[in-house]
Design a protein around this ligand. Sequence first.
Ligand SMILES: [Zn+2]
Length: 138
Amino acid sequence: MTPTTRRGRKETTTEASPEAERLATVTRLVRDAVDNPTPSPSSTDRDETAAPDRVTLSFACEHGHTFDLTFSSEAELPAQWDCPHCGKMADRTDGTPHPDEAPAKPVRNAWDRLRERRSIDDLDALLSERIEEMRVAA
Ligand SMILES: [Zn+2]
């Protein structure tokens, strides 16, 4: 890319000064903002390729049939649905518990889960191993 040296060029009346360009840009931005008000934040959070107000849920029945159903995101999403293949009740596969029998699970953090699998000695050894690897890599 060849840098253009504005300074060295003779100023012509057709070329806008930097100040005028900036003013034009600001004017255009203001006009755009007035013409197109900022969309609500919720619309920018969504995946633009997906329909904006639809939710697709997967279900699986006890016979192993799986199917997807699309619901309006405004609707109350069901935890179960009749299997279209065998008529049995199928559960949602995204792990959503039945609203009326949601188990009161104690909240476990990452450390709790780690401690269920590893002893402190194991973790000490793993940590030393990782530190050594990082030293070697550095
Ligand atoms: Zn089924």
